[in-house]
Design a protein around this ligand. Structure first.
Ligand SMILES: Cc1ncc(COP(=O)(O)O)c(C=O)c1O
Length: 498
């Protein structure tokens, strides 16, 4: 008989119940063939005495092992390791094995270089990161949201949403958003025009999968949100680029391209062009809508930061002027409240929404109904509006301070325009410097600039990147600028040139 007493180790202070610990250890012994098939196991009383456990615990363990098919009980003979346990060439889990980098799959699969993206490395807590323009997570109305969430989850009538539901998203949130978006964005939509998504990105993905057939053309800006480029290229689109100036996308360039190519869609972030932050002027908005009508293309309007405009009221989206069904409008609460809440929407003509809902079913059967209901109530109670009012004030003050500090401390090295809205600045380095060098030296001052190249998708060498300001309070903004200044002072210009 194997020495059960020495082999089996029970941790009575452990989190796992004793019978589960015992079961798992038996499974290991069987898998490792220390207990080969057909081995007779001791009776429950004997084993309990041997290892100092209650007999009921051993019985529970044997029952579990029997249920899982590891052992079998043969009447009048006893309990045996199951005769049909296959030999698994199993590698024992070790910390070392889990960490190995060349963890190769035992099968082939498609790997598309288009999706290549370096993930930012994690540094110690005292490092600061240059970000793209993100909300300050400390301002998330978590208390309010959790009260609503708890209330909803406890309501009897919520039970019906626990099951599989519609692919279009929670019906109550759809209704709430129809009113909210019609009121705040001048849209004219009904419930048929809205699909709840897990964020703007999902809307863009679904739309591009449906729009693009092999090698169709999509027009984007010469500077553009790099993830949208990836989304379209992954859908097999060919990108054509137009210039972007202080009035946004150049629509005359778009018209020229329409005359030459069969254009499927134009992607735009008209409220604040990503990455340069400029607003598409009214004349170009109307021009673009007319072009879409004439040349029958879709305008994919990504209104990722509609709520943040500091100098005047937000500018109504293109979707609010669309009378011919050309605009697909995507947005979310991910920037407004916090990126962790994956709740967004895609607004489009019904037929397109229906097809998006069909496709979405196979990626994500449905959204998170309870979270969606929470946001429905959050909006209906006026809490979203209150939250926006509160953070706009804070972000405006942060923009003003950040711009002032950069102007005072760093104008020898860089330039920028004060953005009218959004959460980031578009900062151009003086020609003497390169982001490559700045990135290297900044690291020495615990300032991390990751993947600055994503801001120059067309490789025009404009020497600018986005720097988010909204997540820094006074102290952090000053610290950021201090580290940036030290970085610039530490750069040997000759070296930066070479
Ligand atoms: C321009 C732009 N569009 C879309 C997204 C994605 O937003 P969401 O979190 O709603 O998917 C982002 C996120 O950073 C963005 O900057």
């Amino acid at each position: 008989m194997i020495p059960y007493k020495t082999i089996i180790k029970i941790d009575r202070a452990g989190k796992q119940s004793v019978y589960i610990q015992l079961t798992n250890q038996f499974i290991d012994l069987i898998k490792e063939r220390i207990l080969p098939p057909r081995t007779k196991l001791p009776g429950s009383r004997t084993l309990a005495d041997l290892i100092g456990l209650h007999r009921k615990t051993v019985i529970a363990c044997y029952e579990e092992l029997t249920l899982q098919g590891w052992i079998e009980s043969i009447p009048k003979k006893g309990t045996f390791v199951h005769k049909d346990i296959p030999i698994l060439q199993q590698q024992k889990w070790t910390k070392k094995a889990a960490n190995k980098k060349d963890d190769k799959a035992g099968f082939t699969f498609k790997q598309n270089p288009i999706l290549d993206r370096k993930f930012p490395q994690d540094y110690a807590e005292d490092y600061m990161y240059v970000n793209d323009g993100v909300s300050d997570e400390r301002l998330t109305p978590i208390k309010e949201l959790s009260i609503i969430y708890r209330k909803i989850a406890n309501k009897k009538r919520t039970i019906k949403y626990m099951n599989y539901g519609t692919t279009y998203g929670n019906p109550e949130l759809r209704e709430t958003l129809v009113c909210y978006l019609n009121e705040t964005r001048g849209l004219n939509i009904t419930k048929d025009n809205i699909l709840i998504t897990r964020g703007s990105q999902m809307g863009m993905f679904l739309a591009s999968q449906l729009l693009v057939e092999n090698q169709d053309y999509i027009i984007v800006g010469e500077t553009n949100y790099s993830s949208s480029d990836t989304t379209f290229e992954y859908a097999n689109a060919k990108l054509l680029r137009v210039k972007v100036d202080e009035n946004g996308l150049n629509t005359h360039d778009i018209e020229k391209l329409c005359k030459k190519y069969n254009i499927k869609a134009v992607y735009t972030t008209p409220h604040h062009h990503h990455p340069t932050t400029v607003t598409l002027c009214a004349k170009r908005r109307m021009h673009l809508l007319n072009l879409a009508k004439t040349y029958c293309f879709a305008i994919l309007e990504d209104d990722y930061d509609y709520d943040f405009h500091y100098n005047h009221a937000p500018i109504l989206p293109l979707a609010s002027h669309d009378t011919c069904g050309n605009v697909i409008y995507v947005g979310s609460i991910c920037k407004t409240v916090a990126p962790v809440f994956r709740v967004g929407y895609l607004i489009a003509p019904k037929t397109f929404v229906d097809e998006c809902a069909r496709l979405r079913r196979f990626v994500d059967r449905q959204g998170d109904a309870i979270l969606e209901l929470t946001f429905s109530n959050f909006i209906k109670e006026g809490s979203l509006d209150r939250h926006i009012k509160k953070v706009i004030k804070i972000y405006k003050a942060r923009r003003d301070l950040f711009c002032k500090l950069l102007k005072e401390e760093l104008s020898d090295y860089l330039s920028f325009e004060i953005p009218k809205g959004g959460m980031a600045l578009w900062v151009t380095l003086n020609k003497k410097y390169s982001w490559d060098t700045v990135t290297e030296i900044a690291k020495q001052h615990k300032l991390i600039i990751s993947e600055w190249q994503r801001y120059d998708v067309a490789n025009t060498k404009h020497n600018a990147i986005r720097i988010g300001f909204s997540c820094y309070n006074d102290i952090e903004a000053r610290e950021f600028v201090k580290r940036f200044k030290k970085t610039m002072q530490g750069i040997d210009i000759k070296e930066s040139f070479s």
